[in-house]
Design a protein around this ligand. Sequence first.
Ligand SMILES: NC(=O)c1ccc[n+]([C@@H]2O[C@H](COP(=O)([O-])OP(=O)(O)OC[C@H]3O[C@@H](n4cnc5c(N)ncnc54)[C@H](O)[C@@H]3O)[C@@H](O)[C@H]2O)c1
Length: 325
Amino acid sequence: MCAVLITGGAGYIGSHVNKLLSSQGVETVVFDSLVTGHADFLQWGEFVAGDLLDPAALDRAFAGPPIHAVLHFASFIAVGESVADPNKYYRNNVAATLNLLDAMVRHHVSGLVFSSSASVYGEPEQELLDEEHPMRPLSPYARSKAMVEQMLEDYHRAHGLASCRLRYFNAAGADPDGLLGERHEPETHLIPLVLQTALGLRPHISLYGTDYPTPDGTCIRDYIHVHDLAHAHALALDWLEQGETRAFNLGNGNGYSVREVVETARKVTGRDIPAEEAPRRDGDSPVLVASSARARAELGWAPGFGDLETIIRSAWDWHRKDCRN
Ligand SMILES: NC(=O)c1ccc[n+]([C@@H]2O[C@H](COP(=O)([O-])OP(=O)(O)OC[C@H]3O[C@@H](n4cnc5c(N)ncnc54)[C@H](O)[C@@H]3O)[C@@H](O)[C@H]2O)c1
């Protein structure tokens, strides 16, 4: 039987996808260096320890059960760090992906699902972003994602490598069974930071920019539950059979402001969450909300957790448990 290879399967999103695919009877092989991943997230499938920068380690990953497609999550993810240390990001996100693509060509594997990001769009020209919006990435992290998307188009042309480029908006929430959740070190995402504040692990949450042209002055983002992202990956594996390369946005199409996130977290947790106003950060767009019409029409995908309160509640259940371990 054929298997799928999951790079970065010990991380937040990759581990949720591994769990879902395994529950659907798909054989999985996780390839991860654990540089930011977690051994306790490795609960399904086979594990091959290794770094994408090491071609010999990659060959080991393809040496087990025959691989029919790759899901590529492994990368560094902190936008601010990428500005301070671009080499780290171009090496790990671009050069390492080149190694992976060459290993796929060597091992005759012709389909890849790639974790891209809404950050490839940069400053939005319209409120609801579709895939035709120009890509003007604002940071080395975002540029690394745009570069890999370009590489995938070139590998499709040259080697017939099919790829599904999934542009996630803000991933959030946790496994409904409570086995997995978001654990980044350092944490840079709003919902975990707010919940860590609710747990007393941080003194306050900073509201970066309160004078944006939005109803309450704070930035608006589209939060997508990690379980819905996982479903999109399962559908993307089927879509790859067409042999094409294409980008798809994955978001709910609902925008929530930073103040709304904090307010909803106060309601869900029943705790005081001190918030402090802070200056705007460079590169933050006022509003980023997805049109996922293409994913709905072509992948047959529909999010099941559209409501912010449900997303935050699942994250809260996880963070409360995780901080006790
Ligand atoms: N979290 C979000 O909101 C979000 C939004 C848009 C896109 N993404 C993308 O989704 C993907 C997964 O994000 P995440 O939040 O799960 O990140 P994560 O840090 O939790 O997981 C990344 C995993 O990749 C592994 N890894 C990194 N470099 C590696 C290498 N060179 N070789 C082998 N393993 C390596 C890490 O050990 C880790 O397990 C990333 O590509 C990220 O850019 C995430």
